[in-house]
Design a binder for this molecule. Structure first.
Ligand SMILES: [Zn+2]
Length: 375
């Protein structure tokens, strides 16, 4: 008997040690994290913060007095003159990059065109900072809650689909705008906290919750913009975003400038004389425009908008008129129009709809679920 116990003892020890790190209590208390590329393609950074802790690529501490000057030096990184492969910075409260505060940790590596700074932080803390970048925390609380759920769902969806990549999200309109923790406030935190861990799901997976500023009266079906159909991203009418400053826009651009912008965007065109609106889809957005130059060329309206600039041609819901050597564009809405209309959500919130009703309206067929522990 004693012999058997002795023989088993090492096995039990191994088993015991193997089980401890993944014990349910430990994993339940761990917050869901997200990795955001907050800065790309720069050659020089200034990092500072109270009590910052710095490690190199092998997790060995670098004893260095802040502030840190991080430089790209050809194919390596230097920090206060010392060469390293990569750098991780964390702080008890926050660390700053070029004066801007971030929670969690900052990982600095060599990217494709310079230094890449990835901020890894708890998802819920990321969302509190995001609210005032994407909307305003002065908006009705139900609209803030809707934005929190939509941004959380989008982040979790991208985290899953970009698994193994160096980061999950861009900090720009390419994904979701995020500018660190300086714009956090109590109302933004309340909107995030009162929906903690909740996301929109469809068929058991996290929904891809695109959103935009103002739909101009009708949201857009995803397949019209990205050629991929999602059952819950179909166009719905939206009269709630009409009486706000972003509802309509107008811009006048010289033909010569339009031509050069198109060329810069890879469109082969010469002698541009006019741009004619083509067919429209069910939402009222143009699907194509016809360029009249030495030759005639049809171009998807989304490509035309991209070449001229997303902040110039604010949507593809526009008309065109000739003004001498220029064209005048008059349009409605701001953004691609897919998913939640932020200004529509704002007015719905003010009109007494709760965030569940707002989300159901813009993402029909999805289910709201608590998908993380919300920490
Ligand atoms: Zn709208």
């Amino acid at each position: 008997m004693g012999k058997i116990i002795k023989a088993l003892t090492p096995f039990f020890i191994v088993l015991f040690l193997a089980v401890i790190p993944s014990a349910p209590v430990g994993s339940a208390a761990r917050p869901e994290s997200i990795r955001v590329a907050v800065l790309k393609g720069v050659d020089l950074l200034k990092i500072d913060g109270l009590g910052i802790y710095v490690t190199d690529g092998r997790q060995e501490q670098i004893r260095i007095r802040p502030p840190l000057t991080v430089k790209r030096d050809r194919k390596r990184i230097t920090v206060n003159g010392k060469g390293v492969d990569s750098l991780t910075v964390s702080a008890p409260a926050l660390a700053t990059v070029n004066g801007k505060g971030y929670r969690g940790s900052l990982e600095i590596t060599l990217g494709e065109r310079g230094l890449l700074v990835v901020n890894e932080l708890p998802l819920e803390e990321y969302l509190v900072g995001l609210i005032n970048c994407e909307i305003s925390s002065t908006w009705p609380l139900e609209a803030i809650k809707a934005q929190a759920v939509v941004a959380r769902s989008y982040a979790l969806h991208q985290k899953e689909s970009r698994k193994g990549a160096r980061y999950h999200l861009e900090a720009t309109v390419m994904d979701q705008v995020y500018d660190g923790c300086a714009v956090e406030d109590e109302r933004a935190a309340l909107g995030v906290r009162s929906t903690a861990g909740e996301a929109l799901t469809f068929n058991g997976g996290i929904a891809l919750t695109f959103f935009h500023s103002n739909c101009g009266g009708h949201t857009e079906a995803a397949e019209q913009v990205w050629s991929t159909k999602y059952p819950y991203l179909r166009g719905v009418p939206c009269r709630y975003c009409q009486d706000v400053p972003s509802a309509s826009w107008e811009t006048t651009i010289p033909l010569a400038k339009i031509e050069s912008q198109l060329k810069g965007g890879g469109v082969t065109i010469a002698g541009l004389r006019d741009v004619l609106p083509g067919a429209r889809d069910d939402s009222g957005r143009l699907t194509v425009v016809t360029l009249k130059g030495e030759k005639e060329l049809e171009l998807p309206a989304t490509s035309f908008r991209k070449a001229l600039g997303y902040t110039v041609i604010r949507s593809t819901m526009f008309d065109i008129s000739v003004m001498g050597d220029s064209l005048r564009f008059t349009g409605n809405g701001y953004g691609h129009g897919v998913g939640l209309c932020q200004w529509g959500a704002r007015s719905r919130g003010a009109d007494g709809f709760n965030y569940r009703e707002i989300l159901e309206y813009y993402y029909p067929g999805t289910t709201l679920r608590k998908v993380t522990n919300g920490l």
